[in-house]
Design a protein around this ligand. Structure first.
Ligand code: ADP
Ligand code: MG
Length: 279
């Protein structure tokens, strides 16, 4: 991990093509056959994923049969109106929740049937999560916040400090390690959260509305961090309801009423919604 945000050194559009996105036909082939183990290169495969919330008699059908396939190194935005099921899907992908029905394969392993303990283990190893509200410990320094996942992973104190410092360095916060969240700007707090999400070297970085609490300039700064991570081969899945933020991803999945309503390359998505493609 080094230099995720070396401001002006982002690869040009031609070099970002080195991690091509999957095609519709490839995705269809991998989601079409229930029960078939996908190759490990498909980091995420869901088939007919459903999540009902039982609200004391009334059932909310948040996801009604979602088929999604995401290959390693893809940078995907998930969009859709409020209530369409974006967070529900992210929580399932992030192993924070289990589906009512359907399959979820993570790195070629069926996790939809795992126990909570097994899920927790997979989550700590494979998933880095970034939230809209940062979710940092208010009294802990940036360094300590970033160290936390390593505490749970049983890493020694000196090794924790070394890796947390490296992760903070990589998001441009090498000079803010001893600051507490209230001594940092919103953008800096979100970068601490990104460093925390990355410190375990997760196979997938998930972000649910990561710029939802940030102004547009700071949002662009955070998007540069994501862009750089994606250019370095990090698999990134980001929820947003802002088209100009989604236009940073290489692929845009749109949810509507708990179902996938479209799944396009960024360029096709941008043409549809009239968003200028930023990269
Ligand atoms: P989004 O993130 O796209 O706004 P959500 O996934 O949060 O949508 O919600 C999808 C639907 O599920 C909504 O109708 C929401 O009210 C409902 N929902 C989400 N979480 C819960 C929950 N914990 N209990 C009951 N209903 C929920
Ligand atoms: Mg949400």
């Amino acid at each position: 991990m080094s230099d995720y945000i070396t401001s002006d050194s982002h690869p040009s559009p031609t070099t970002t093509g080195e991690h091509p996105i999957s095609t519709t036909a490839e995705r269809h082939a991998v989601t079409a056959i229930p029960g078939a183990a996908p190759g490990r290169d498909w980091v995420i495969v869901t088939r007919g994923l459903r999540r009902d919330y039982d609200m004391g008699g009334e059932v909310v059908r948040a996801l009604r049969g979602v088929d999604v396939a995401i290959r390693r190194n893809e940078y995907v935005a998930i969009m859709g109106p409020s209530g369409s099921g974006k967070s529900t899907l992210m929580n399932l992908i992030g192993c924070l929740d289990t589906p009512t029905a359907g399959e979820y394969w993570l790195g070629g392993v069926l996790v939809s049937k795992m126990s909570d303990d097994e899920l927790a283990r997979v989550r700590n190893k494979e998933i880095g999560f970034v939230f809209q509200t940062f979710n940092l410990l208010p009294r802990a320094t940036a360094l300590h916040n970033v160290e936390l996942p390593l505490v749970y992973a049983g890493v020694s104190s000196s090794e924790r400090k070394r890796r947390a410092a490296e992760a903070l360095d990589s998001v441009g916060l090498g000079d803010r390690m001893t600051h507490k969240p209230n001594e940092l700007s919103g953008g800096q707090r979100q970068r601490v959260a990104i460093a925390r999400a990355l410190v375990n070297n997760p196979s997938i970085l998930l972000a649910d509305e990561p710029t939802g609490n940030l102004d547009s300039t700071t949002s662009e700064e955070i998007m540069k961090v994501f862009q750089s991570l994606a250019d370095h081969g990090q698999t990134v899945i980001m929820v947003t309801h802002e088209a100009d933020i989604a236009a940073h991803a290489r692929r845009v999945v749109v949810l509507r009423d708990g179902l996938v309503s479209s799944d396009d390359r960024r360029s096709a998505f941008a043409a549809k919604v009239g968003t200028e493609s930023a990269h």
